[in-house]
Design a protein around this ligand. Structure first.
Ligand code: GLU
Length: 515
């Protein structure tokens, strides 16, 4: 086989499994001591076209765990389900992980000495391991191959699949099997699942977990098209890639007893397992598209900052043990521990994400934000804006936006004359003597040479005095005429950014059209 690990069948051998007795057996396996070896973890997504926020959390926790323990973080692409193949999905996944700052040490495009890291490039390997199990009587050819995509789905969702106790293939003699294979009949390979057995393991988050083998079908491990199923490929790769800790979503928990069995069959030391709690909608149903966005790319497009999304996601399941809510990636690496990950589902609360995003927007330099906002503006046809101008816009709007995308709406008047005037604002701020006040202000502004916020304020205040009104009588209609709204950034500052010409033009226009 060319793989040392595949050699003997050592360790805890389940030689009683096929003894045919009806008595109840227990398989209880513990991972061997791993204290001295380097920690190796992996994120093993199936490329379905986008990265689910739950996937980002799995990737993040693996990343944090690896970094904290000076371990290795692997990206492995599990793409053996060809019916779900989406072109471009892997590149998208890699780009999204990079956006989030989750740098992997080994994986596609990065290399590493345990590759290839894409399962479709490892097919012969799985076939060899499946053949080994057949040879050792731990798996068998099934000529009645109903591809078990359906079955796998059901298992993944945790619904018990009724075990097919007697299988036609069991009854075939070795000669019959050899004859049918030689005749070119296609066959899947199924692993035996022992009857009346409890399969148990200790999960690092959920504690002791037991499964009754009678609820587990004999699993297809190699399909008749030569592709492995998730179970075989996952176990073979975790082993060959030296994975010490499997940290994955709770939806994979029903698969774990099958994996435990495979580790036993191969005689391999198994990794330790930690199954992360589900992500939930606010109504505590499983996080779904129907109630909000589930793709990381959606949040990226909407203008959430990666550090905000990562900070928010980190707290979905893990808690730091106190009330803190803001964590940099470095702090997360320092403080993260699997022991502080809870068992119960974590609610994806968009308000919390919004407040975390606001926090990080304020922390970022205006110049950084301008670079991020520019493409979002361009998408909306807003172009030809200088860096300096955009930075000023950011400076004045960043306290008022929740996402980067909001700059285009909160600050729309920076990019075009107001097209509409807010009706309520007009009622409230455009009074009978507003035309007189605004005319006085426009005349005074026109004479200015140094158009700075301080100078504008002085000019407006003295214009108000000359008109015999309080400054508010000018400020409110001015804001309305210049921005179309009743509230927004400081008036004198926004006027400085707009510039004298634009301000005067807008004021005269408002007067002409009576707003
Ligand atoms: N390919 C599986 C997924 O898409 C991996 C599950 C695991 O980590 O074992 O999530």
């Amino acid at each position: 086989m060319g793989h040392e690990e595949a050699g003997g069948f050592h360790g805890i051998c389940l030689n009683y499994v096929f003894s045919g007795t009806k008595s109840h057996r227990q398989i209880l396996s513990y991972p061997d001591q791993q204290a001295l070896s380097t920690i190796r973890v992996r994120f093993a997504p199936s490329p379905t076209g986008f990265l689910h926020v739950g996937g980002l959390r799995t990737a993040l926790y693996n990343f944090l765990f690896a970094r904290k323990h000076a371990g290795v973080f692997i990206l492995r692409i599990e793409d053996t389900d060809r019916s779900r193949y989406v072109p471009g999905a892997v590149d998208n996944l890699i780009r999204t992980l990079a956006w989030a700052g989750l740098v992997y040490d080994e994986g596609p495009g990065k290399g590493g000495d345990r590759g290839p890291y894409v399962q479709s490039e490892r097919l012969t390997l799985y076939a060899e391991y499946a053949a080994q199990l057949v040879k050792e009587g731990k798996a068998y050819y099934d000529f009645d191959d109903q591809e078990d995509a359906e079955e796998a789905e059901k298992n993944v969702d945790g619904a018990p699949v009724q075990r097919a106790i007697t299988r036609h293939a069991h009854l075939l003699t070795p000669e019959e099997i050899a004859r049918r294979l030689a005749a070119g009949e296609s066959a899947a390979v199924r692993m035996h699942v022992p009857a009346a057995t409890t399969i148990a393991f200790d999960d690092d988050i959920r504690g002791h977990v037991e499964f009754a083998s009678d609820l587990i079908n004999d699993q297809v491990i190699l399909k008749s098209d030569g592709y492995p199923t998730y179970h075989l490929a996952n176990v073979v790769d975790d082993h060959l890639m030296g994975v010490t800790h499997v940290i994955r979503g709770e939806e994979w928990l029903p698969s774990t007893p099958k994996h435990v069995l495979l580790y036993e069959y191969f005689g391999w030391q198994r990794p330790s397992f930690a199954h992360l709690p589900l992500l939930l909608n606010p109504d505590r149903t499983k996080l779904s598209k129907r109630q909000g966005d589930v793709a990381v790319e959606d949040y990226q497009r909407k203008g959430y900052l990666p550090e905000a999304l990562v900070n928010f996601i980190a707290l979905l399941g893990w808690n730091p043990g106190d009330e803190r809510e803001i964590f940099s990636l470095e702090e997360l690496i320092r403080e993260f521990s699997v022991e502080r990950v809870g068992k119960s589902g974590a609610v994806f609360n968009i308000d919390k994400l919004n407040s975390v995003n606001k926090h990080y927007l304020r922390e970022r330099a205006d110049r950084d934000l301008a670079a991020l906002v520019r493409p979002l503006l361009e998408e909306q046809g807003i172009g030809g804006i200088s860096d300096a101008y955009l930075e000023q816009v950011i400076r004045l709007t960043k306290e008022r936006v929740t996402t980067l995308r909001d700059v285009a709406t909160v600050g729309d008047f920076f990019f075009a004359d107001p097209a509409v005037f807010d009706g309520d604002a007009v009622k409230k701020n455009w009074k009978a003597d507003s035309p007189r006040c605004v005319t006085g202000a426009a005349d005074a502004l026109e004479t200015m040479t140094k158009f700075t916020a301080a100078a504008i304020e002085q000019t407006i205040r003295s214009a108000a005095e000359q008109l015999g009104v309080g400054a508010g009588k000018l400020i409110h209609p001015l804001r309305l005429a210049l921005t179309g709204k009743a509230t927004g950034p400081g008036l004198f500052e926004l006027m400085e950014v707009l510039g004298k010409e634009t301000c005067v033009r807008r004021l005269r226009h408002a007067l002409d059209t009576r707003v």
